[in-house]
Design a protein around this ligand. Structure first.
Ligand SMILES: Nc1ncnc2c1ncn2[C@@H]1O[C@H](COP(=O)(O)OP(=O)(O)OP(=O)(O)O)[C@@H](O)[C@H]1O
Ligand SMILES: [Mg+2]
Length: 343
């Protein structure tokens, strides 16, 4: 009896489609291929980072997925519904904005949202309450009745987010939502994105700020010249990185160097400013530190120089400006995210 129930539960889990399933998306502008067979898979409750340098294709991908521009190839399922290449309507529950969202400049932020609420079929009273609620969520209530044309870039960005929230999204696309915000505003928007994901919304957030993605997102896709060069978890991308470098001071650096020389996975050299520079993945480092202790060598200081995602991606892409990615660096989210049990 128990076995049957478990099997049924596993089947439900494995059959549930991701909130966003985009496979093999290609897009040309004239003769230029801007997206080249891009895959993007995001599940409910995931906050997925879309990373890449200027011109990588992040905004274009979001435009395609929001039905703002057509695609030349690829299959798209949004919230389980197939969206044809010619279809410019996205299913209910999908929302977002790309670049800087546009509004009627002579109407207030509130009025703009009320019009959107009417378009989405809200009755006037419900719409007004919903508008007040989302204005509050994005921290725009105090300026809600001023003309949108007078808004700063950051305020327009907040209004864009409010417009997206009006649709109670289950799949939300945010194109660099913090790029024009001050640090406090950026922190609020990140917290809001986190809350939405925690409540089950699939959020795709583009950014060139690697630390933002590192802080917020559990999964990410890195695009470079329209190609996906990595898709998977943060842990996955860190595993692709070379061993971390650590600054180490011991009671006997010479003996510590000697011990390192025959340990696998450890590279130690004298640091120019004194002490040692030790390159190792975590497990090998743990074993080395234990071995030092066993040999009577005290570790007086050990500091890891954490590599930011940025430097990891420079390693993966080969250069800062855009050498093509190697096939070896491609990792699929499907692999990283594969369910442990398939019945
Ligand atoms: N409407 C358009 N017509 C022609 N080319 C376009 C158009 N929109 C984008 N492109 C080109 O497509 C490529 C990808 O642009 P996109 O705006 O998607 O990049 P991005 O990753 O969002 O960059 P950024 O980080 O600067 O926002 C760029 O080379 C850009 O010049
Ligand atoms: Mg962009």
């Amino acid at each position: 009896m128990m076995t049957i129930t478990n099997t049924a539960a596993i089947q439900i889990v494995t059959l549930e489609r991701p909130a966003l399933e985009a496979i093999g998306i290609s897009k040309r502008y004239g003769s230029r291929e801007v997206l080249c067979g891009v895959d993007l898979i995001v599940r409910a409750g995931q906050l997925h980072g879309l990373l890449g340098p200027n011109g990588a294709g992040k905004t274009t991908l979001m435009r395609v997925l929001l039905g703002l521009v057509g695609r030349d190839a690829g299959d798209v399922h949004l919230l389980g519904q197939r969206v044809d290449a010619t279809d410019r309507r996205v299913p209910d529950g999908v929302a977002g904005f790309v670049d800087t969202p546009a509004f009627y400049p002579y109407l207030s932020g509130r009025r703009n949202l009320e019009l959107l609420a009417r378009l989405d079929g809200h009755r006037r009273a419900d719409g007004a309450a919903r508008v007040s609620d989302v204005l509050d969520q994005v921290g725009l209530s105090a300026r809600a009745d001023a003309a949108a044309g007078g808004y700063s870039a950051g305020m327009r960005q907040r209004l864009g987010l409010a417009a997206a929230l009006m649709r109670s999204p289950r799949l939300l696309f945010l194109d660099e939502p913090t790029s024009s915000l001050d640090p406090a505003g950026a922190r609020d928007v990140r917290a809001l994105a986190r809350r939405l994901a925690d409540a089950g919304t699939a959020v795709v957030l583009s950014s060139h700020d690697m630390s933002e993605v590192e802080e917020l997102c559990s999964t990410l896709t890195f695009i470079h010249h329209g190609h996906v060069i990595f898709s998977g978890t943060l842990e996955g991308v860190r595993m692709l990185a070379p061993p971390q470098v650590h600054a180490m001071h011991t009671s006997d650096d010479r003996a510590a160097l000697g011990l390192a020389s025959y340990r696998p996975g450890i590279t130690a050299v004298r640091a120019s400013g004194g002490g040692l520079e030790v390159s190792a993945h975590l497990e090998a480092l743990d074993e080395y530190v234990i071995a030092l202790g066993c040999a009577g060598i005290a570790v007086r200081a050990l500091e890891s120089r954490t590599r930011s995602l940025e430097s990891l991606f420079l390693d993966i892409t080969g250069d800062a400006d855009g050498a093509e990615a190697t096939t070896a660096s491609r990792v699929s989210l499907a692999e990283a995210d594969a369910p442990a049990v398939i019945s």
